[in-house]
Ligand binder design. Sequence first.
Ligand code: GAP
Length: 508
Amino acid sequence: MCFLFSKNHCLHCTSPTEALYICTLMANDNKLAAIIAHCKEYGFIFQSSELYDGLSAVYDYGQMGVELKKNIRETWWRSMVYGNENIVGLDSAIFMHPTIWKASGHVDNFSDPMIDNKDSNKRYRADHLIEGHLAYLGVATEEIAEHPMMVAFEKLLTENNFEGIKQLIVDNNICCPISKTCNWTDVRQFNLMFSTQVGSVAEESDTIYLRPETAQGIFVNFLNVQKTARLKIPFGIAQVGKAFRNEIVARGFIFRMREFEQMEMQFFVRPGTQKYWYEHWKQVRMQWHLDLGISANKYRFHDHLKLAHYADMACDIEYDFPMGFKEVEGIHSRTDFDLKQHQEYSKKKIQYFDNDLDENGKAYGNYTPYVIETSIGLDRTIMLVLSEAYCEEDLSTADKQDSRVVLKFPPKLAPIKLAILPLMKKDGLPEIAREIMKDCIDSFHCFYEEKDSIGKRYRRMDALGTPFCVTVDHDTKTDGMVTIRHRDSMLQERIKIEDVKSIVLKAL
Ligand code: GAP
């Protein structure tokens, strides 16, 4: 999403179904509701502060979710940082000098036009309200952006004509879906950044912001990293970390949150080469998604037709979520805008000296690098992986009704890789199982369980997405073999104890 300076940012990056009626649409969507319930029941994701009736659009990751999140983060980091000799990592602080957000444009422009209904006391984003209304009237998703009402809205927004936007809403009889009235307040701009105070004495304290993106931490460390790592252009700096946005209409489970994690990479290139690198990163990032084992027809590129003024190219990678195709990652060609802004506001030179020779044999010399950004939400990727993995299977036979819920995670992302299950709690079986556990525990995450029938234990492991279970039974004592069960096919085979570790490692 190209949010800066484009006040109606979501129009560039999200489809209209994400608008006003998304909540209803999603509540109606059985798959999403089932995923949310499953995540809670099996310790993946809990509503934050649930004990106190919850905090809206903030979520906690439970014992399974934290492993899934760590595995996705690691997969990204391995591919971006360890997989590219010219990309290094960074972990910049969440709090930064407030002027950084002035320079980046967030203080003045990172805002949404909001309107309140006086009867329901509900607040809406003006663009979402109009998009939702058009969807309600039956306008097809792909036609909404070009609809005259939407075009009129965009024009008014560009002119900062908030009175005009209100009039547009009133003239078209767009009502609040809760109160069903058109009793609206004026349209106002709400900045999405959270602020707080630093300094112990109130009068001397300064307002600082919780970062709304990790990218600026990279830009302001450009020279530190380039010099200390002795990097030559083109090179990249990658970072994973929390970001905070006071999303007024935050919903869709972990799709749109107020506190979330981003995995971003800024790639610094010679001016004039940005088109090549933009195409390069589009392909590389799409391949990363496909390498998760997800089929290509679940993804598409969405090119931004209207660009933020700092960008010369931008697109989203969209995934077919249970509520339709939506942005999961943005690829943006940000020109030299950010570095130049920081140079101007900090009054410190931010340039790169390029001693490579151009086609005339002259050194390129000093310049401000251009930037290609890849920016993906970690939580949104978790939602993607869960949507892809969640599967309800009917296993009924002629004489028995049966079903299972299974999370078909790629093995490398699964929270638990191997469950080790002694058939009984006695006769020396737990001891053998513990030995297998000891052998594997340093290589991948294992889980030991001796409670319940073996059938129930298998089903629980399916629900957690564990790709392999091994069962130790009485024959193991004499033949040194165990039964390995494959999660997706449910096939079982006898293998030697000493082969367990290598089979799991091979799948990873
Ligand atoms: N630095 C560029 C930037 O922040 P963005 O499109 O605003 O661009 C990048 O955000 C990614 O961060 C999105 O593609 C999405 O995956 C994720 N993201 C953005 N806002 C989010 C939110 N409120 N909740 C969860 N993820 C979010």
